[in-house]
Design a binder for this molecule. Structure first.
Ligand SMILES: [Mn+2]
Length: 289
């Protein structure tokens, strides 16, 4: 029988108590603006459930992940009546956690939640940039009549005066293409990463970032062969080791201030994607200790 506590990594109270924990996991089960298949609201539960099977020891870094304490918060109830109100609720919840001095990792839910999370970080950190891993740019001004859609989230981040570096991109609209031509944000395509045969793209990404970095990861940035449970599974995505190398290099020299992992859309009977997302959150935690 499964008797592990239901929280991130299945931790006992000693390592999951909020007051004592350096890390906080915020489940945000929201998917009101998803355009293709819906169901990312099931993502946080699936990721947390999978995380309970993740080993606590990281053999590469030679240390245990959970020792600084990782508190899993109650899921943030979505307000589906109004996307703007919903983003504001996320902002307020995140602001409190960040103010409490916790390293916040939010689990989505659709990508639009990132707007509220980054706004909260902006209240604490004057200057930082955003590392954005995704198949899509999410730089449309509006999508399906809404400025608060998952397809516009990075555009809204730019409007906060925050620069982004987008990695793994392989699907772009003409609008976004023109927007990028007018604005100088670094974009590293999946094709560049998978076909160059070198790690030059990592240098390019890192040199384009500020020394303080927030990370937002849309799971569809990974290849659908290893992360099939997403709304729009774009072929030709990133490999587990591509992202690991990038995050490890980043953590070695820069300060990571928070992260979110979004757009897991569970497929019944298939747990690869949520397990990958759980391992990724664990990796971010162990890299930032
Ligand atoms: Mn995406």
């Amino acid at each position: 029988m499964d008797t592990l506590p239901f929280n991130f990594l299945g931790l006992e109270k000693e390592y999951s108590d909020y007051a004592k924990s350096q890390y906080a996991i915020l489940p945000v089960p929201y998917d009101a603006t998803t355009s293709y298949r819906s169901g990312t609201r099931e993502g946080p539960f699936a990721i947390i459930n999978a995380s309970r099977q993740v080993e606590l020891f990281d053999p590469i870094l030679g240390r245990e992940i959970h020792l600084p304490g990782i508190a899993t918060l109650e899921p943030l109830e979505p307000d589906v009546s109004c996307p703007e109100k919903n983003i504001d609720n996320i902002f307020k919840a995140a602001r409190k956690i960040v103010r409490d001095g916790k390293f916040l990792i939010a689990l989505g839910g659709e990508h639009s939640i990132t707007q509220g999370l980054i706004k909260a970080q902006k209240k604490r950190h004057k200057k930082f940039s955003v590392l954005h891993i995704d198949a899509h740019l999410d730089m449309r001004d509006k999508w399906q009549g809404s400025k608060f859609s998952h397809a516009c989230v990075i555009r809204r981040v730019h409007e906060l005066g925050i620069e982004t570096v987008s990695v793994g991109i392989r699907n772009t609209s003409q609008e976004e293409f023109s927007y990028l031509k007018r604005n100088n944000y670094t974009v590293i395509t999946a094709e560049q990463i998978r076909t160059s045969g070198t790690d030059d793209w990592i240098d390019q990404a890192i040199l384009s970032l500020n020394r303080k970095v927030y990370i937002t990861i849309d799971i569809d940035g990974f290849d659908p062969a290893i992360a099939p449970a997403v709304g729009t599974p774009e072929p030709g995505g990133l490999d587990w080791y591509d992202v690991n190398k990038l995050l490890s290099r980043l953590a070695n020299s820069y300060s990571i201030i928070g992260a979110d992992i979004v757009e897991v859309l569970p497929i019944s009977g298939q747990v690869t994607t949520e397990f990958l997302a759980a391992k990724l959150a664990a990796k971010i935690i162990v890299l930032t200790q």
